[in-house]
Ligand binder design. Structure first.
Ligand code: PLP
Length: 442
C-alpha cells in the first residue's frame, strides 16, 4: 500500500536526456508504466486512510477517460456545448444534493484550495463593494481594510487564498477553538466586536485532524447580527465534510451551513471522483461573476448559456464536472447518503476497537469520519516516539495506511475514512494490524 521505492530512485530510473527523436507510443506507455511501479500508493482501497484522499468510483473513472479521449476545451458553452451543458446540470444537482440556495453560482475547479480562493475572491468583491470600493478595477491600494477572521484550526489553504488575494495571511484574526477544533461562538463574537469595517469570517465543516464541525448555526447568528451594520461575509470550508449534507441522518450536524455566503468542497475527497475536482459555491452570483468573469473579442460573445470561464480563474480547462455527473448519476442521492453514513459508521467502529486496545486512546471526539489515535509507550518512556514508530510500522505493514499529525502538541495517528469501499472487514483487519504494530516494539 505504501511506496516501496522513493522519489530519488524513481527519478534516477526515469532520467535520460530530452529525447532528440521520438519513440512509438505503445513503447512509451509500457516503459512509463514500468518506471513508476513501486512509487504509487493504493489510494483506491478500503484500508487506505491517509490524509483525506478517498478512492475513485468506476462510473467517475470511466467518465474521466471519456473526457480525456474527447479532448474538449470546456471554457465556453459555444466551444464545448455538450460538456458545458453537463457541467451546468451537475451544478444544479449539487445545490439540490447539498441543500444550498438553488440560485447560487457554482465553479468546478482543481480542488478545495482553488475553491477557497474563488469563494474568498467573491467575498472580497462584495464586502468592498458594500464599503464603496471597486476592488477589481482599483485593487487594494487605498482600499478600506478588510479583516479576515478564521478559527485556530483553519486549513492552510485558506491562509494561502488570503495571501494570494492580497489580504495578508498574518493579518488573519485567529478565533479560539474548543477541544475538538471547532470555532467557539463566544470567541467569534468577542473577536468581531473589535473589528470595524468589512469582515470575512471563515468557518469549517470538517477539521483536518478531528473532523470537527464548527457550530454553524450559532456562528451564522453572530454574522447575521453584524451584517445589519457592517459588510460581513460567511465562508464555509467544507472540503472534507460538506457531502455529509446529502444524508438526512448527518445533515443536522451541518445545520446553519445553508445560511453562509459561500462554500467550498471537494468531489475528489468524499464523493470519490478522480482527481482533480473541487467545487466553489457562492450564494451571491453577482459577486462571484464580478470577481471571475473574462471576455475578449476573439472569443465567442456571451449568450444565454452558462460559460464556465465566468466562474473559474481559468480559460482553457478540462471538463472535470463530467466525472461528478457520472458519479452522482451512478449513486443517486441514496447512494451518496449511504457512502457518507457508512464511512462515519466505520470511523465509529474503528474508534470503538481502538478504545478496547490496551494503551490506546482515541484523541478526538469522532463527529464525522476522522479518528485520531494516541498510543502509550509500553516501556513507559516516550508516548510521542512510540506513536510515531507504530505509525511507521503500520504504514509499511501493507495492511492499512493511515497518516500522522501533531495535534495540540502531541503526536497522533490519523485515520481518515473517506473511501467508498471501506467495510467492517477492513476495520477488523486494520485494528489487528494496529494492535500488532503497537505491541511489537523495540
Ligand atoms: C483538502 C482540504 C483543502 C484543500 O483541498 P485540495 O482539494 O487539496 O485543494 C482545503 N480545506 C480542507 C479542510 C481540506 O481538507
Amino acid at each position: 500500500m505504501a511506496p516501496t521505492r522513493g522519489y530519488a530512485e524513481i527519478l534516477e530510473g526515469l532520467r535520460e536526456p530530452m529525447p532528440q527523436t521520438g519513440l512509438p507510443a505503445d513503447q512509451v506507455i509500457r516503459d512509463l508504466d514500468e518506471a513508476v511501479r513501486g512509487g504509487l500508493m493504493a489510494f483506491n482501497h478500503g484500508r487506505f486512510f491517509g490524509w483525506v484522499i478517498g478512492g475513485a468510483m468506476p462510473a467517475g473513472v470511466a467518465a474521466d477517460w471519456l473526457v480525456t479521449a474527447w479532448d474538449q476545451n470546456t471554457g465556453m458553452a459555444e466551444i464545448a456545448p455538450s460538456l458545458s451543458a453537463v457541467e451546468a446540470l451537475t451544478a444544479e444537482w449539487l445545490l439540490e444534493l447539498l441543500d444550498l440556495p438553488r440560485s447560487s453560482s457554482v465553479a468546478f475547479v482543481t480542488g478545495a484550495q482553488v475553491a477557497n480562493l474563488v469563494c474568498l475572491a467573491a467575498a472580497r468583491h462584495r464586502v468592498l463593494a458594500e464599503a464603496g470600493w471597486d476592488v477589481e478595477a482599483d485593487g487594494l491600494t487605498g482600499a478600506p481594510q478588510v479583516t479576515v477572521l478564521a478559527g485556530e484550526f483553519v486549513h492552510h489553504s485558506v491562509g494561502r487564498a488570503v495571501r494570494i488575494l492580497g489580504l495578508g495571511e498574518s493579518r488573519i484574526v485567529t478565533v479560539a477553538a474548543d477541544d475538538n477544533a471547532r470555532m467557539r461562538p463566544d470567541a467569534l463574537r468577542e473577536a468581531l466586536s473589535r473589528v470595524s469595517g468589512p469582515a470575512i469570517v471563515c468557518v469549517q465543516a470538517g477539521e483536518i485532524a478531528t473532523g470537527g464541525i464548527d457550530p454553524l448555526a450559532a456562528l451564522a447568528d453572530i454574522v447575521d447580527e453584524r451584517r445589519t451594520h457592517a459588510p460581513t461575509w460567511l465562508h464555509v470550508d467544507g472540503a472534507i465534510g460538506l457531502f455529509g449534507r446529502a444524508s438526512h441522518t448527518l445533515a443536522p450536524k451541518f445545520s446553519g451551513a445553508e445560511r453562509a455566503d459561500s462554500w467550498c468542497t471537494d468531489a475528489h475527497k468524499w464523493l470519490n471522483t478522480p482527481y482533480d475536482c473541487g467545487v466553489a459555491i457562492v450564494a451571491d452570483r453577482d459577486a462571484h461573476y464580478q470577481a471571475m468573469t473574462l471576455h475578449a473579442a476573439y472569443l465567442p460573445q456571451p449568450g444565454d448559456a452558462r460559460d464556465p470561464l465566468d466562474w473559474n480563474p481559468e480559460m482553457s480547462r478540462r471538463a472535470r464536472a463530467t466525472a461528478v455527473y457520472a458519479t452522482l448519476r451512478a449513486l443517486g442521492r441514496s447512494g451518496v447518503a449511504e457512502l457518507v453514513e457508512r464511512d462515519c459508521a466505520m470511523a465509529q467502529l474503528l474508534a470503538e476497537g481502538i478504545r478496547a486496545l490496551p494503551g490506546a486512546e482515541v484523541a478526538n471526539e469522532v463527529e464525522l469520519n476522522q479518528v485520531l489515535v494516541r498510543l502509550k509507550d509500553p516501556a513507559g518512556l516516550d508516548d510521542d516516539a512510540h506513536t510515531r514508530a507504530t505509525l511507521a510500522r503500520l504504514q509499511t505493514s501493507g495492511v492499512a495506511f493511515p497518516s500522522g499529525t501533531t495535534f495540540r502538541g502531541r503526536a497522533a495517528i490519523r485515520f481518515s475514512v473517506v473511501d467508498w469501499a471501506t467495510d467492517t472487514d477492513d476495520i477488523a483487519e486494520t485494528l489487528e494490524a494496529l494492535a500488532e504494530a503497537h505491541t511489537r516494539w523495540g
